[in-house]
Design a protein around this ligand. Structure first.
Ligand SMILES: C[S@@+](CC[C@H](N)C(=O)[O-])C[C@H]1O[C@@H](n2cnc3c(N)ncnc32)[C@H](O)[C@@H]1O
Length: 275
């Protein structure tokens, strides 16, 4: 796979110095070739790239809930997409909901364009990011997660799909990007497990351009009392659920407006635009 010829010089923001930028070599996105090295800001802070994974966290272990820490196990990462994710929406909506249907909505609402830049927030195996790249190979994509194990799986899957993307290990609560960097964002199921969802939504709004689009899939509170009981009982692990009204208030507080929304069972898809 040749590196995407459309990649312009990729500039991330230093996680340490808000004014400092870090140039990322485009070869790092070519996951068919292992890329190793270091990148450095003009202030001198340095970060490793290991097997294409740009690591802005290093040995830093961000505070996380039990639900989040389970994503750092190799076993979870290796079975996540094929065993759980591809069936998850059929299980959660209570009806046949093939992954293709979800992917179709993602592409329809995000409408990825050539030479534009997209971010998959809390990407896990980058199911969304890979789909966006498959549908629009001439766009650029950054897949961000704080789990090395998930990013390693994302790398393997991107290589198998023959798509190029930047794999970034960073904390979504402090996104290492300058304001108005991205033309589109996507987040699949991550909102429910964030320890600070409002902070991540604020960060998402900050890095999204004014005419950008945010594709959001998250789980809402169930209607049935027994299902709510179940949701309440897993909240100890760090998972959170909101009603649709509460979710929309959260989006609005972070500076978004809901342009379109579609709910099936407890699964809610939203097309968010900067307010
Ligand atoms: C439910 S999974 C996401 C699934 C994926 N988006 C999909 O559609 O299949 C949530 C992911 O978010 C990541 N995550 C949670 N909190 C994060 C944070 N603060 N910064 C970066 N990644 C985070 C976890 O490591 C995990 O891989």
């Amino acid at each position: 796979m040749a590196p995407n010829i459309y990649i312009k010089k990729m500039q991330f923001r230093s996680p340490k110095y808000e004014q400092a930028s870090i140039a990322i070599p485009s070869e790092a996105a070519d996951v068919s070739r292992a890329f190793n090295g270091t990148v450095c800001s003009n202030k001198g802070d340095e970060y490793a790239i290991n097997n294409n994974i740009i690591d802005f966290l290093g040995d830093e272990a961000p505070a996380m809930s039990w639900a989040q820490s389970s994503n750092h196990w190799k076993l979870t990462a290796s079975i996540y997409e094929d065993i759980w994710r591809k069936r998850s929406l059929s299980i959660l909506t209570g009806e046949e909901f093939p992954i293709k249907k979800e992917e179709k909505l993602l592409i329809e609402w995000l409408n990825p364009q050539p030479n534009k830049l997209y971010l998959d927030v809390g990407c896990s195996t980058a199911l969304y990011g890979r789909e966006v790249k498959k549908s629009q190979p001439e766009c650029d994509l950054v897949a961000l997660d704080f789990s090395t194990q998930m990013l390693q799986e994302a790398r393997l899957k991107a290589e198998a799909d023959q798509v190029d993307l930047f794999l970034l290990r960073a904390d979504a609560r402090h996104m290492p990007f300058f304001g108005a960097t991205f033309d589109g964002l996507m987040m699949g199921g991550t909102l429910n497990e964030l320890t600070d969802p409002l902070k991540v939504l604020y960060e998402s709004r900050r890095v999204l351009k004014k005419d950008g689009v945010f594709f959001m899939m998250h789980l809402v509170k169930a209607d049935a009392w027994y299902a709510r009981l179940l949701q309440d009982s897993v909240e100890f692990s760090g998972l959170k659920f909101w009603t649709i009204d509460e979710s929309n208030q959260l989006f609005e507080r972070a500076g978004f407006r809901v342009a379109d929304q579609f709910t099936k069972g407890i699964v809610c898809f939203s097309k968010l635009l900067p307010a």
